[in-house]
Write a protein that binds this ligand. Structure first.
Ligand code: PHE
Length: 450
């Protein structure tokens, strides 16, 4: 007897799961260093436009494709277009999940390790945090063990199931995450000298903005909203018909943006108050912030809370990445959930050993001036996500079509509705495809021609 497919038991459960997927290392680690190097408030404004005009239509489309078919990404495209190779778009998504989670778990492992180190006197004036971080990541063994531990927790949650695993975990962790973010922000903006950091976020500096900034802001929108690789198709496939899609998608993007901005207000005032460099790059969260916690009253407590926040945010995202592949094996190949979670999680762990070693024994492996982790990240976020997003939006707007897309999106109790001829469909059919195509081309140009 076929077992019934899982469904979120409430609208809030879905929103928290999807927001959990969206809110992750991207909001705190990636967003803060991108904003820090690319004009502060100016980057944030461009990102907001990208989230509304590109992220939102794509998110509505992905959730609708998932709910209409109740399938994993590969099965979803195959169901809607049985006689054409559109299922390959789903296959790109499955591949992307492998690439992203393998290195995502490595960075999450660093955060996990720092959470514990925060409890063991990391924030001493005698510690040089740049040196400490370099030492941490260039150890060939310890970061791999943290990566394994983080992956094991991810596997554990997914093995417990959609409702008993994912939904239960996000319903506890997401409110905790919002709370932690707000506590840390309040601490940061009340530090003496915080004003400069607040101004950095609120006064956009467009002199730092180049066409590449726009490219990076759009790529950031894809990554942070978990678009272009089937995670939102998968989560949408567990959504009840009576729940509204247009307003839920708005709430998901709103929560995701809220956490990114809060993280900005938590990070930059403290960075400025203690005279650190906001443009420190990827090391911002792991080098600059521990320096800040060292200077700050009760820094050890806030340092611990910050890295706990980062680890929780990463976990609620990593489970959505693993679920994409597990849903595919379960739906299409009848694997048991537990077996799929363990096998896929272990494979992703193994693929992630390489980027971890890229800071130690494999540090000589470089391409285009990137180490293995940066290479994985570049391939996933500059190539695979925009490619998946471009094909998905073309599929939604032209193959599945505006009429069916709007029918599915409008089903449910919400008041917000899209007609097949309205402005929303203009975004789906024209604005998003053109913008994402431009991003894809610009991303390739940036690496290969510039
Ligand atoms: N949105 C997550 C973040 O911001 C990353 C992610 C990308 C998760 C794609 C799932 C799918 O960290």
């Amino acid at each position: 007897m076929a077992e019934e497919r899982a469904q979120w038991t409430s609208r809030v459960g879905f929103i928290l799961a999807a927001a959990g997927s969206a809110v992750g290392l991207g909001n705190i680690w990636r967003f803060s260093y991108a904003a820090g190097t690319e004009g502060g408030g100016a980057f944030i404004l461009i990102y907001l436009a990208a989230a509304v005009f590109i992220g939102y239509p794509l998110l509505v489309s992905e959730i609708s494709i998932g709910r209409a078919t109740r399938k994993n990404p590969i099965g979803a495209f195959r169901t809607l277009a049985p006689n054409a190779p559109w299922w390959l778009v789903g296959a790109i998504g499955v591949l992307t999940a492998f690439v992203i989670l393998s290195y995502y778990s490595v960075v999450a492992g660093w955060a996990f390790a720092y959470t514990f180190e925060s409890l063991r006197g990391l924030y001493q004036p005698s510690v040089d945090h740049a040196e400490h971080f370099t030492k941490h990541i260039s150890d060939p063994v310890a970061p791999i063990l943290w990566h394994a531990a983080f992956m094991a927790i991810t596997i554990g949650v997914i093995a417990m199931g959609v409702v008993k695993g994912i939904q239960r975990v996000v319903q506890v962790l997401m409110p905790l995450l919002f709370l932690l973010a707000i506590v840390i922000m309040i601490r940061s903006i009340t530090l003496p000298g915080a004003g400069e950091g607040i101004a950095f976020i609120l006064t956009p500096d467009f002199s730092e903005v180049t066409p590449l900034t726009v490219l990076h802001a759009v790529a950031q929108a894809f990554f942070t909203i978990s678009l272009g690789m089937g995670a939102m198709i998968t989560y949408g496939s567990y959504l009840r018909k009576k729940d509204p899609i247009p307003s839920s998608a708005g709430t998901i993007i709103g929560l995701d943006t809220f956490v990114a901005i809060i993280a900005g207000f938590a990070i930059f005032p403290a960075v400025f108050a203690f005279g650190f460099d906001p443009a420190a790059g990827p090391g911002l969260a792991f080098i600059t912030l521990p320096g800040v916690f060292t200077e700050m009253p009760l820094g050890a407590v806030f340092g611990f809370l910050f890295f706990l926040l980062l680890t929780i945010a990463a976990l609620t995202s990593s489970i959505s990445l693993l679920e994409v592949v597990v849903a595919w094996l379960k739906d299409e190949h009848k694997w048991k959930r537990t077996k799929a979670a363990v096998v896929v999680g272990c494979a992703m762990f193994a693929i992630g050993v390489l980027p971890s070693l890229g800071y130690s024994v494999l540090s000589h492996v470089q391409a285009f001036e990137m180490n293995i982790l940066d290479l994985y990240d570049w391939f996933a976020t500059s190539i695979l996500l925009p490619l998946g997003g471009l094909l998905t939006i073309i599929f939604a707007g032209y193959v599945w079509g505006a009429r069916k897309l709007s029918e599915e999106a409008n089903e449910g109790t919400g008041k917000l509705r899209f007609g097949p001829g309205m402005g929303f469909m203009f975004l789906v059919k024209v604005v998003v495809p053109l913008a994402v195509l431009a991003v894809l081309i610009a991303g390739l140009y940036e690496k290969f021609a510039a």
